[in-house]
Design a protein around this ligand. Structure first.
Ligand SMILES: [Zn+2]
Length: 162
């Protein structure tokens, strides 16, 4: 599976997949981050940020809930089976359910809906293992390694809190 970065170069990774940093655990009681957070660098924070499909596939679900905010779920066929890609905390959806998208198709605008501490994208990739959808770390599947901002601090929190 080869993924393309779902955001422009104005955005960087603010939180990686895996264990939360200690301050987030202490502040929000969080333990495991099941995706990657992308947010605009401070100088681009007031600009609209488009979100691009990270893989060809079909928009399976469009919805809203308190945790994810406005979200999209995309279903993709890969050489290693079906995967699901979730895009959370959107400001606006720009595609419809069952729409087919390609690499780089603009699918949404980045937002701050749901459990989120600032405008960012929570990007999650799931694969089916033993009958269950499990989140995996997508970091090594990108064609170009996205830039990572130095570890987020309470002064620059652009990440998911649920
Ligand atoms: Zn997140």
């Amino acid at each position: 599976m080869i993924l393309q970065k779902p955001v422009s170069d104005q955005c960087v990774i603010t939180l990686r997949f895996g264990k939360y940093p200690l301050w987030l655990t202490e502040l929000f009681g969080l333990t495991w981050h099941d995706g990657i957070d992308f947010a605009p660098l401070p100088q681009f924070a007031n600009l609209r940020q488009r979100i691009f499909a990270a893989h060809p596939g079909m928009i399976l679900t469009t919805g809203y809930n308190l945790s994810a905010g406005i979200f999209l779920t995309q279903q993709c066929k890969t050489e290693s089976g079906i995967i699901l890609i979730d895009y959370f905390h959107l400001a606006k959806r720009l595609v419809k359910q069952y729409q087919l998208v390609d690499y780089g198709t603009t699918i949404a605008e980045m937002g701050n809906t749901g459990h989120s501490t600032g405008k960012h994208l929570h990007f999650r990739v799931r694969v089916k293992k033993l009958g269950f959808w499990r989140a995996i770390d997508p970091a090594n599947s990108f064609s170009h390694t996205p830039a990572t901002f130095p570890l987020p601090t309470p002064a620059f929190p652009r990440l998911s809190t649920a």
